[in-house]
Structures are given as structure tokens and as C-alpha cells.
Design a protein around this ligand. Structure first.
Ligand SMILES: C[S@@+](CC[C@H](N)C(=O)[O-])C[C@H]1O[C@@H](n2cnc3c(N)ncnc32)[C@H](O)[C@@H]1O
Length: 447
């Protein structure tokens, strides 16, 4: 591991779940009619869509968490929230040109398993009444091992879910106590065993490296558990430290956070162990077994990445339902009201709760495609010169000198050494960033 390069490239950098990245979106208000126009155009071009449903509640606060969530122990919030989701979906259905085909459905959070199995069934059954399904729909959900019951797993399986993503973070119970996460090794084992017995074909574990006081020994132990349990996929996230956005991250001292080369070492230890077990690194921070659909999609060159993470489904239209959810028509993004009460009020008044967004011009769409290619194939090529692409090649010259990329006259390939710096490589294509570099802190560190 070259520590000089790690130090050199450890700058604040986006994770590129969207391009342009959210801080650079220009529409600070999003007129409903403009947004629906884009949705209708996308549905006309391709009637199959992806649906993301944001279920924001959690029973307790994990202090590392960077997601949009609301902490409560009051479960009476479940029913009204679900009714609002269904009302929001109805507003979309009224605007769509025909009955949509639901290719992909993802329940994220917060903690989807905060909701009772019967409330989730009510939600999904009502959504499914309004759509047609392809032969093999891709339905998945995020499961907190502490709150996921057999009833959750069975109910969602019966409704067509075949993927479950279990939030593990780290197997060490003391480390989890330090970040205020209620979790036991036994709960992860039970959840995995139940999911397999019920018939789930793709189990993912979310792991995080770079948590406070996490050491190489923790990652080695995580890998020992992975060897026993062998989930099909592993999301091995770099801990994103953004205390200016998430105040709960102030709960521990920055001196306890592994940074730079120490942090990267945690990833390298995990990567070596996972690869020895047969996992393939399919994209940034993501691993899959060769028989999993993500590995197959990578080999076939059809891997995709969106706000839900890496996926095999490339829908032109992705609708996000729920507070803070983001929707995407490829040529526009829109985000829903983040505050749950505001979100519910706007929907109950009969309006779509989108509050901000971005309309992508031709250059945005071009750069978006190349960033997506780099994130999903570790390379990108073009057939026509464009000033924004020439500018990216110039910005990549220092990375070429450091052996992180190979540059062709009209293309870029990430080298093996460059994979650790994928965010920095994508940044070369981020015209918005270079036009106006941020004054305050926006992004977590690249390493
Ligand atoms: C939206 S969260 C939902 C998971 C679910 N609430 C649970 O706790 O099991 C999805 C994943 O994001 C990851 N995550 C959350 N905060 C993060 C952070 N600050 N840095 C890196 N990954 C983070 C975690 O791995 C988490 O499992």
C-alpha cells in the first residue's frame, strides 16, 4: 500500500450516487408540473420503472449513521405514514401514461423492519395492485437484525422479495455499543439462517470500515464470520464522517477514528480476505460471489448504480416515495420534503412532495454516463470529442503519472492501483465541482 498516494488523494470527494451531486443541484424549488413532465417523458420512453420506498423510522439512534431517519419508539406512526406513501403513489399513477411495469422495488431507511410485517404487507399489496410485474422482478429490503422477525422475512418473501440486505456494520458487540447500536452476533446469525430457510437467494451484509476504535483485528474477525455465513453480497462501506451534517457523529472523539493509511488498511485486509473466500470486487466498496446476479451483470457489462446502490436493473425512471426520497428520470432529479410532517402535509393536500432537484443539460447527461461507466465497469470510452471530456483528461494527468489510470485518446481505464481512488478519478469528470469548488465542508474524505 502506497501511503504517499493515500495521503495525496485523501481529499473531500463525493460518492457519486448521482451526477451532478446533490449540493450542485440548481433547482431549489421544483414545480410539480415540470417534474411530472419529465416523469411522463421517461415513462413514454420505457414503461418499466424502479421504485424506492423510504421508511424513515428507527427505534434508536446509531451515532455513526449518515442516513435520513427519525428516531421514535412510538409505533402508531406506522399506519399514517403508509397511507401517505400510498397516496403519493396514487398521484404518480394518475400522471403515468399507462399501467407501469415494476422491475425493481427497494425498501430502505431508516429501518424498514421498524414497521410490523402486517403493515408492510398492506403497503406492498396495495402497491402491487397498481402495477404489472416482469418475469423476475428484483425486490429487496434493508433489514436490521435486531428488529427483523421471521414474520417480516416470510411476509416479504411471499410478496416476491428475494433479496435482503442485513445491516451488520461490524460483528463486534462492544464496538456496536460504542456507536449505540443494539445488535448481537446471534441476531445476525438467526436472521441469515431464517432468510436462507425461507428461500431468499441473495443476502447482502452491510459492513463499515473506519468506525471509531475499529482495528485490523475487528476486520479479521468480521471476515471469519463472513467465511461461516457466506452472504452472496457484501457492501463494505467507507465510514463517511460528516459531523457538520449529522450531529450524532460528534458523540465520539475524532482521535478514535482510523484515517488515511490506517483506514485504507482496514479495507485492504477485508478485500484480501473476501477475495480469498471467492468474492469479486464488483464496484466501489462492493463484493459479490460469482453466482450472484451483480457479478454476472459486471461480466456482461450491464451493471448499474443508482441511489439504491449497485443494481442489475437499469430503469430510465426511478420513483422515490417517502420523506427525503430522491427520484430520477435520467434527465432530472427531484427530492421529496425531508421533514416527515411537511412530507405528509403536502401529500395530504393532494400535491407531490418534491421540493428541490436538477434538470440535466446535455453536458450533465454526458458526464453522468461516463462517471456511471467508471463506477460500474472501471473504464469508459467515447467516440466524439467534447470539451468537458478533454478537460477531464487534463485533470487526470497527475493520476496517470501516479499509475492510477490508463488514458487513451478517447477513453480512460482504472488500473488495479487506481481502484482505491475511484472517487478521485470520477471527480476529474465533475465539471460542476471544478466550475465552483465548495467553500464549506460538503463531502466526506475519499480515503
Ligand atoms: C439506510 S442504512 C439502513 C440500515 C438499517 N437501518 C440498519 O441499521 O440495519 C443503510 C446502510 O448505510 C450504511 N451507513 C449508514 N451510515 C453510514 C456512514 N456514516 N458511513 C458509511 N456507511 C453508512 C450502513 O452500512 C447501513 O447499513
Amino acid at each position: 500500500m502506497d501511503t504517499t498516494l493515500l495521503t495525496k488523494y485523501d481529499v473531500a470527494a463525493p460518492r457519486y450516487t448521482s451526477y451532478p451531486t446533490v449540493p450542485y443541484w440548481t433547482a431549489q424549488t421544483m414545480p410539480e408540473s415540470s417534474w411530472l413532465g419529465r416523469v411522463q417523458k421517461a415513462a413514454d420512453l420505457a414503461p418499466a420503472l424502479s421504485l424506492y420506498v423510504h421508511l424513515p423510522y428507527c427505534d434508536s439512534l446509531c451515532t455513526y449513521c449518515g442516513c435520513n431517519k427519525h428516531i421514535t419508539k412510538n409505533h402508531s406512526v406506522e399506519e399514517p405514514y403508509i397511507e401517505t406513501l400510498l397516496q403519493e403513489w396514487k398521484l404518480y399513477c394518475a400522471a403515468l401514461p399507462g399501467r407501469p411495469i415494476l422491475n425493481e422495488l427497494h425498501l430502505g431507511g431508516g429501518t424498514p423492519t421498524f414497521f410490523s410485517a402486517s403493515n408492510l404487507r398492506y403497503l406492498i399489496e396495495n402497491l402491487l395492485k397498481t402495477v404489472d410485474l416482469p418475469e423476475e422482478p428484483d425486490f429487496g429490503f434493508e433489514a436490521h437484525p435486531w428488529s427483523t422477525t421471521k414474520a417480516h422475512l416470510q411476509t416479504l418473501y411471499d410478496l416476491g422479495f428475494r433479496r435482503v440486505s442485513i445491516g451488520v456494520q461490524d460483528f463486534d458487540e462492544d464496538l456496536m455499543k460504542l456507536v449505540n447500536r443494539s445488535q448481537s452476533i446471534a441476531s445476525i446469525q438467526r436472521c441469515t439462517k431464517d432468510a436462507r430457510a425461507i428461500g431468499y437467494t441473495s443476502i447482502n451484509y452491510d459492513l463499515i470500515y473506519g468506525l471509531p476504535r475499529q482495528t485490523p483485528a475487528h476486520i479479521e474477525r468480521d471476515a471469519d464470520f463472513i467465511a461461516q455465513l457466506m452472504p452472496e453480497r457484501i457492501a463494505f462501506y467507507a465510514y463517511a464522517h460528516v459531523p457538520w451534517l449529522k450531529r450524532s457523529q460528534d458523540a465520539y472523539s475524532e482521535a478514535d477514528l482510523p484515517t488515511g493509511a490506517d483506514k485504507r488498511l482496514l479495507y485492504e485486509i477485508g478485500r484480501a480476505r473476501f477475495e480469498a473466500l471467492g468474492y469479486e470486487e464488483i464496484g466501489m466498496d462492493h463484493f459479490a460471489l460469482p453466482q450472484d446476479s451483480l457479478s454476472k451483470a459486471l461480466k456482461m457489462g450491464v451493471l448499474h448504480r443508482n441511489f439504491m446502490g449497485y443494481t442489475t436493473t437499469r430503469s430510465r425512471l426511478m420513483i422515490g416515495l417517502g420523506a427525503s426520497a430522491i427520484s430520477d428520470t435520467w434527465d432530472a432529479f427531484a427530492q421529496n420534503e425531508k421533514n416527515i410532517a411537511d412530507y405528509q402535509r403536502v401529500v395530504q393536500e393532494g400535491n407531490l412532495p418534491v421540493f428541490r432537484g436538477h434538470f440535466l443539460d446535455a453536458e450533465d447527461q454526458l458526464l453522468r454516463m461516463h462517471i456511471l461507466n467508471l463506477m460500474t465497469r472501471f473504464e469508459t470510452r467515447w467516440t466524439e470529442e467534447h470539451p468537458a471530456l478533454s478537460a477531464a483528461l487534463v485533470r487526470l494527468e497527475p493520476l496517470l503519472a501516479d499509475g492510477l489510470v490508463e488514458i487513451e485518446p478517447m477513453g480512460v481505464k482504472v488500473s488495479d492501483a487506481g481502484r482505491a481512488f475511484l472517487r478521485n478519478i470520477c471527480m476529474a469528470f465533475d465539471a460542476h465541482y471544478w466550475q465552483k469548488q465548495p467553500e464549506g465542508r460538503l463531502f466526506s474524505q475519499a480515503v
